[in-house]
Write a protein that binds this ligand. Sequence first.
Ligand code: NI
Length: 176
Amino acid sequence: MAMIRPVLRMGDPRLWQRARPVEQFATPALRALVADMEETMRHLDGAGLAAPQIGVGLRVVIFGFAHNARYPDADEVPYTVLINPTLTPLSEETEDGWEGCLSVPGLRGVVPRWRRLRYTGFDAAGNPIDRSVEGFHARVVQHECDHLDGILYPMRMRDMSRFGFVDELNLGGTPD
Ligand code: NI
């Protein structure tokens, strides 16, 4: 039975740590972790979640949504479980965009990200994943994979005048 797990918030030292690769796929423990992550992400209406955010130091992220109230203008992103990911930018081009994070509740900031990238990795059964994506899909993957290296989005920001509370910024969408 999947459980909604508490999400760590910025300041918890576990969010600054580098996560370890998963060594065994298709195990009950890995399936249970992914199920808990999905339950937690859906409960909080998140666009994605990384295992370190629930205190598990493994290189596992999930993301995806059909329509997300927190990002009303974003294109659909297929639900994806991505383990031991590798990201490769497909061009030098970067793009600014608003981000939030379940570990930084109530806030949004503008973050530069690669506009197009390829990501590879594995699903929970150990099947390979290899996709080339752009726009918000690419942004979500970069945000989630940063969590695996102990990076939260405010650390990527260049203009702190574009960082604030959702209910002050009037961006549309709903607060965390
Ligand atoms: Ni996040």
